[in-house]
Design a protein around this ligand. Structure first.
Ligand SMILES: COc1cccc(CC(=N)NC(=O)c2cccnc2OC2CCNCC2)c1
Length: 389
């Protein structure tokens, strides 16, 4: 398949797959900042760049509305991600963020926002090397402006602005195959509200199953089972950072979180991210951790429901509590918080609990990519310790 744009970029090329003579690491060396294009790339005449200050309520609303109506849908176009405003505000303003990496395209005359792409800085470890990267996300072009080749120029513009901050690498995911995935993950779903999931067509009743049998199959206890299981609090940040850093060492690609990162990404934030830990009742040691983020989806064309309340598995660490029991407690919490479904990728050690906790495989895959960084081999999903939003 021709990838006219991606064949011009410093990314692993399909033709190079299997060529282990190519060294692992940067594909192109950093250039000096004076060599980086100083002015923005040209857009088609009717459009102009705008830097989106997510601190401004009306800008946040414009971005929210663009994504709500034009962002990623499932393969059957029954659902569309519906990131909340508070989620976007959180996702785009981590420690060290650059406002210039929140890039919009608007119509010169009407000032209507018609496209968006973002980057946030992140320290990502690849094997033994910590690389400062941009995590690229929320690439969205209005449905009415598709196949005008806007995406390539938006990707070049965010790359240019990342280069201006002396950062030369990036990480991103996509539901489509591009040159060249560092890993491909399967996504899985655990029903929490099977009746609603059937009504909206998210899941179909199993063979030889009745509705009441299905509801009983997915029923969860009304309280968590692990002694010492509680919400994470600000004073837990140092212990959770230690626990998470130690756990993530086992993966080939993983975030290199410090306490500031943990404080931003993992402290509970209502309607955005939930995180729990196990504090040993005897020793008061923090031995385990689990977290999930809130990403609802709009339900397209259903009379009775407009929103699917979905929890997405984030970072989980088990050192004393079996991961199976820890994740079952996470499911119990999610059900108590009225989530309809709990989603997970088969990254990290997730495949050790997915089937046993009654997750079913999703109908698609999520591909992980690095920009300007070559890996000698495609990774197994279980070698990935990175979860993007
Ligand atoms: C249920 O509503 C949906 C609305 C739009 C798309 C999809 C399918 C899909 N593409 N799912 C995922 O990408 C996915 C499935 C499980 C876990 N994380 C995921 O994606 C995350 C990470 C990448 N950015 C989007 C959210 C489902």
């Amino acid at each position: 398949k021709r990838h006219k744009f991606w064949e011009t970029q410093p990314v692993g090329q399909f033709k190079d797959l299997g060529d282990t003579s190519l060294p692992e690491g940067s594909i192109e060396p950093p250039t000096s900042l004076s060599k980086v294009k100083q002015e923005p790339y040209n857009l088609p005449n009717l459009y102009e760049w705008i830097t989106c200050d997510m601190e401004l309520a009306e800008m946040c609303t414009e971005v929210y509305n663009l994504l709500t109506n034009n962002y990623v849908e499932d393969d059957e176009n029954m659902f569309r991600f519906n990131y909340s405003k508070e989620f976007l505000h959180w996702a785009l303003r981590p420690p060290g963020y650059y406002r210039s990496w929140h890039i919009g395209v608007r119509v010169k005359n009407s000032k209507k926002l018609v496209a968006f792409i973002t980057g946030v800085p992140a320290k990502i470890r690849v094997r033994d090397t910590v690389v400062t990267m941009a995590e690229i996300n929320f690439l969205c072009v209005h449905k009415k402006l598709r196949s005008k080749r806007l995406a390539p120029v938006m990707i070049k513009e965010v790359t240019r602005r990342v280069h201006l901050e002396n950062i030369w690498h990036a990480a991103y995911t996509a539901g489509v195959v591009l040159p060249t995935p560092i890993s491909t993950c399967q996504y899985w779903h655990r029903s929490l509200n099977p009746k609603k999931l059937m009504d909206v067509g998210f899941s179909r009743i199993g063979a030889r199953m009745t509705m009441s049998r299905t509801i009983k199959l997915y029923k969860l206890p009304d309280s968590m089972v692990t002694p010492g299981f509680r919400k994470m609090e600000p004073h837990d940040v140092p212990a959770v950072t230690r626990l998470l850093r130690n756990y993530l060492k086992q993966f080939v690609v993983a975030p290199d979180f410090d306490e500031n990162d943990v404080e931003h990404w993992l402290l509970p934030k209502e309607n955005v991210v939930d995180s729990y830990l196990v504090e040993s009742p005897e020793t008061h040691e923090i031995t385990d951790f689990c977290s999930f983020y809130t990403l609802p989806s709009s339900i397209l064309g259903n009379q009775n429901y407009s929103t699917l309340k979905a929890a997405y598995s984030y970072y989980n660490v088990s050192t004393k509590t079996p991961l199976l029991q820890l994740m079952n407690d996470a499911l119990i919490v999610a059900k108590l918080k009225d989530f309809d479904v709990f989603n997970a990728l088969d990254v990290m050690q997730n495949e050790t609990f997915l089937k046993e906790l009654k997750f079913g495989p999703g109908d698609g895959k999520l591909h992980y990519y690095l920009y300007n960084y070559r890996l000698k081999h495609v990774l197994r999903a279980s070698e990935l310790g990175l979860v993007l939003l």
